[in-house]
Design a protein around this ligand. Structure first.
Ligand SMILES: Nc1ncnc2c1ncn2[C@@H]1O[C@H](COP(=O)(O)OP(=O)(O)O)[C@@H](O)[C@H]1O
Ligand SMILES: [Mg+2]
Length: 274
């Protein structure tokens, strides 16, 4: 790694929303995003995800990553908050339908603008990454260009979910330095928005690493891992908070259920990996 790399991947120092929060006298509840996903908030000592964190939601296929992010979005907009769901794979209509299948009446929040669902072609991001939409593709220009793409003016979401970071990589030919620059820009951007962000990454069923390149793990404030475990003749879903900056959390893998009403976490039911 040369000195340029170090500069690129170091975290910006000036504008952490968490610092601002910790300097004020507001109570712990206001520093966290309460998801109201049954049992999930109990995994955190302060009762939710520290506000402003960028969190990887990592796991193998079918482990509930998309459902968890959609459920959090629904719960938040039901409480008057604003969310943005960026999808690289599924259409807006499919996402709405999948949420309605859980009994979540989401359409009115899409219609009134509280939930913004954006389907983006990963190739559009890659075109920016390589700077082919005008300009040289330097880091500064990238950050300038990412903004209008990722978030509309005057929309200040409490939460941004990206489904998934892996899709960007799948569309990428090489995991080269451009990707690293792009990721760094993306994480800096999320931090600037002050939104809490959930970034889905596809991993092996029992992951040894939690993102494609390892850079994501390093940049993220938190990592939530979802599991789909074979236990004799049944499969069990489980969840673990592997890492979470700015907040204490349980350090064990616990049972999770995906039902036709959504996800339920059992913070006291420990699950072992084997
Ligand atoms: N109505 C439902 N009832 C119970 N389980 C469901 C239901 N809908 C989906 N699932 C489970 O959720 C899984 C898909 O979750 P999803 O969030 O799409 O996974 P991914 O981690 O790939 O994003 C399915 O494999 C299935 O086991
Ligand atoms: Mg998914």
């Amino acid at each position: 790694m040369n000195s340029t790399d170090l500069k690129i991947i170091s975290k910006p120092e000036n504008k952490s929303s968490k610092d601002k929060v910790s300097n004020s006298s507001i109570n712990a509840k206001e520093k966290v995003l309460v998801t109201n996903v049954n049992g999930f908030d109990k995994l955190f000592k302060s009762g939710g995800i520290p506000k402003g964190n960028s969190v990887l939601v990592a796991g193998g296929p079918g482990t509930g990553k998309s459902i968890l992010c959609r459920q959090i979005c629904f719960n938040l907009v039901s409480k008057g908050k604003k969310c943005m769901y960026v999808s690289f794979e599924e259409s807006k209509e499919r996402i709405i339908k999948s949420m309605e299948d859980f009994g979540w009446n989401i359409r009115k929040y899409v219609d009134n603008g509280d939930l913004l669902i954006q389907k983006i072609n990963p190739l559009d991001i890659l075109r920016m990454k390589f700077g082919s939409i005008g300009g040289s593709g330097s880091a500064t220009e990238l950050s300038y260009k990412i903004k209008p793409l990722v978030i509309p003016k005057d929309f200040n979401p409490d939460l941004i979910a990206v489904d998934s970071l892996s899709a960007i990589i799948a569309a990428s030919i090489t995991k080269d330095k451009n990707y690293r620059v792009y990721l760094q820009q993306l994480f800096s951007f999320f931090e600037e928005t002050q939104a809490t962000s959930l970034l889905i990454t596809e991993t092996d069923p029992i992951p040894k690493r939690y993102s494609e390149t390892g850079i994501e793990e390093f940049l993220a404030d938190g990592i939530i891992v979802l599991y789909n475990l074979q236990k004799k003749d049944i499969r069990e879903n489980a969840i673990e908070i592997l890492k979470m900056r700015y907040g204490q959390h349980q350090k064990k893998i616990v049972l999770m259920e995906i039902t036709d009403k959504g996800i339920k976490v059992f913070p006291d039911k420990r699950v072992t990996l084997e």
